[in-house]
Design a protein around this ligand. Structure first.
Ligand SMILES: [Fe+2]
Length: 459
């Protein structure tokens, strides 16, 4: 049998293939419950190899221990059918096995090997692309899509989603105009393409187009706010308001949208909430009990050591809420893990995770000089933590704020200059520049920097 893109599928009839395609469509557009839907279908169709690969493959992206048994169960079901699997399906099985064994990079290589022979394998492309984001492989966020892109076109089902992936990859590589073009094309083809909406939101963020970003998001809120990607997109909307100094609006979004939607306890929701509160902390905005509430959510998974990106966000909540025990548990778990484990997350934890966690603790204890010493050497390697430029900007901003608070104004000015050169329409960047200039006694230049900030802020 073949699917709608002509790819061979074993052990399935047309109805099963159509069910898989519908679940995949839901996953690509961040709607519904595709994993649960397929898992339920597999109970009656346990020999459907790509069905198991779909469920286990999507679960690789969760980076949470609570889904682990489910992921392994579906992987083992697929492995038991290995002899009946075709070459492409065996590639998927190999990829997921590598992932479960902790070798994330080998997993991506296995999916990429599938794509060399089957460039229209949308699941392999999606999983490899999302893994590139998780692992911080910035160049491949663009180039992995580029390698297959000429094989795609409007006549191939799912083309719009490939445009969305490419849009994001181009944006992360600062090719903003092509990123925006492809992202907007994807949304024009399918207004429910939340990933493409998100990619364009990133373009607006990176270019400091706050008003444009707010308009883009508000105009499509009916789509993204009802998707499984809503939390992250509320965070994106908040970033524009944050840059404009509209902290009341940021807290409103936090309370009404971010915090209250975490009932499912999904890590990504807690990541976004944490990332927003930390930026407010850098801006000295009082957030009341919000840190304590968030730290409560992180504490049960403090020893997971599954993904350094999660760990540093957990640490922000523990340190900001001054939870000594939780801080020690998390640092000890990380150090024990470095001694024992041998997977891809070790490098992320060693190079970025632990130094940044220690910097977070230092920042909350007012040891700003230590924060600078910890973050300055690693700042240009932070992509190994995974996530996007917009997410990892929290590290550069923490470093700059620590440089200001430790009165290292020359360094602070250099770091602030870097930001204004990259994003001259950001009022926050000019406020930071003004503070550095004031610190070194250059009052006239400081006032000019403030004037820049005001002119970038609409009345
Ligand atoms: Fe994002």
């Amino acid at each position: 049998m073949r699917d709608c893109r002509g790819l061979p599928i074993s052990n399935a009839d047309m109805q099963q293939i159509e069910t898989l395609e519908a679940a995949h469509e839901a996953a690509l557009s961040f709607m519904g419950t595709p994993v649960d839907d397929m898992a339920a279908m597999l109970k009656d169709n346990p020999k459907f190899i790509m069905g198991h690969c779909f469920v286990a493959g999507l679960l690789t992206q969760a980076m949470e221990t609570r889904i682990y048994n489910n992921m392994v169960r579906h992987l083992e079901a697929a492995e038991a059918l290995y002899n009946a699997a075709n070459y492409r399906e065996r590639g998927h099985i190999k990829a997921i096995r590598a992932w479960v064994d902790g070798d994330f990079h080998a997993a991506v290589e296995a999916w990429d090997a599938v794509l060399v022979d089957y460039p229209l394998d949308l699941l392999a492309l999606q999983l490899a692309h999302l893994s590139d984001v998780l692992l911080g492989d910035t160049a491949n966020q663009r180039d992995r899509i580029g390698r297959v892109f000429p094989n795609w076109g409007e006549s191939v089902p799912g083309y719009g989603y490939v445009l969305g992936f490419y849009s994001f990859g181009l944006e992360e590589n600062r090719d903003f105009s092509r990123a925006e073009e492809y992202g907007r094309q994807a949304v024009a083809m399918n207004q429910n393409d939340v990933y493409a909406i998100h990619a364009v939101a990133h373009v607006m963020e990176m270019q400091g187009r706050q008003a444009g970003g707010i308009a883009w998001m508000n105009g499509r809120e009916g789509v993204w706010a009802n998707s499984n990607f809503a939390n992250h997109l509320w965070w994106h909307l908040s970033l524009y308001y944050l840059d404009l100094g509209k902290y009341d609006r940021v807290l409103e979004v936090y309370d009404d949208k971010l915090r209250s939607s975490g009932a499912g306890g999904e890590k990504y929701e807690e990541l976004d909430s944490t990332a927003l509160l930390w930026r407010l902390k850098l801006l000295d905005v009082d957030v009341g009990r919000r840190w304590a509430d968030l730290a409560d959510r992180w504490e049960p998974s403090a020893q997971d050591t599954l993904y350094a990106f999660n760990d540093v966000h957990a640490m922000m909540t523990f340190a900001a809420d001054n939870r000594r025990d939780a801080i020690d548990v998390l640092i000890n778990a990380n150090e024990r893990y470095l001694d024992d484990a041998n997977d891809a997350n070790v490098a992320m934890t060693r190079i970025i995770g632990i130094p940044f966690s220690r910097a977070i603790i230092g920042f909350c204890e007012g040891r700003y000089g230590d924060v600078v010493d910890l973050l300055l050497p690693i700042r240009y390697r932070t992509q190994y933590l995974g996530g996007s430029h917009a997410q990892r900007d929290i590290i550069a901003w923490t470093l700059l704020e620590a440089a200001l608070r430790s009165r290292r104004f020359e360094l602070a000015l250099a770091l602030a200059n870097e930001r204004t050169q990259l994003k001259p329409t950001s009022p926050q960047n000019w406020h930071l520049t003004a503070r550095a200039l004031r610190g070194r006694g250059d009052i006239a230049a400081s006032e000019r920097a403030e004037a820049h900030a005001q002119s970038a802020t609409p009345a």
